[in-house]
Design a protein around this ligand. Sequence first.
Ligand code: FPP
Length: 256
Amino acid sequence: MLYVVVSIGCDKVAFWKKQKTQKNKVLPVHIGIIMDGNGRWAKKRGLPRSAGHKAGADNFRKIAKYCSKIGIKYLTVYAFSTENWRRPSDEVDFLMRLFKQYLEESLRDFKEENIRVIFIGDRNAFSEDLQTRINEVEASSKICTGMVLNIAMNYGGRSEILKAVKSISEDVKESKLSIEDITEQTLSDKMYTYNQPDPDLIIRPSGEFRTSNFLIWQSAYSEYLFLDTLWPDFKPVDLEKALDKYALRNRRFGGI
Ligand code: FPP
């Protein structure tokens, strides 16, 4: 992690202490974040829900860059679920416009940070225009070798598993695969995240205690952290606290 030392004395001591903490901390390789609480954040301020989504999108950009800076290898953010289409059409329309705007502007600086962007979920449901942008962003960031940023849009864990099952069934039907050879790995290989490690840590801000269909296959042994902070208020300092808590978890994966 890069810290700029602005003065000598106490600041410098704090700087070295922080470096040491960072170095000694066991970092998750893959973090998942359910970016929840935008609507409540806006309501608390007497603002329309769209203002909450805008603030949430700005925060997404900051946190993604921060994760990349501290050496996180994979970050998956839940931006729009398969169930979010049930929201009022003006909110869905606003979110679609926000995604498009982000694809046009903000994701450019991910490229500058060497962050590779991948979209997970069923993109066919989006407008042609948005699909084109999604494909372009993915293609142009293919050369990036830094953190992999999965943006889950029109994503649902159940529909991802269903897609995997259908694809395996096709393989069996076409005699490419025999039923005896189907393993857990066969399913993992059919997920959107097929060549990535499972998430080590999943953070859900906003005080809700649900997984909401997020990475349900991949999170069998993920460590969960449910926090009260609303997503737009979730700052790098909150992420650091979450990482401290994660570092103290004793992961046994069913062993002892
Ligand atoms: C959940 O909060 C949030 C969403 C459904 C949208 C999340 C989208 C963003 C943060 C924008 C990200 C932008 C890009 C380009 C990835 P909520 O609306 O359910 O909040 P509430 O529970 O307080 O009502």
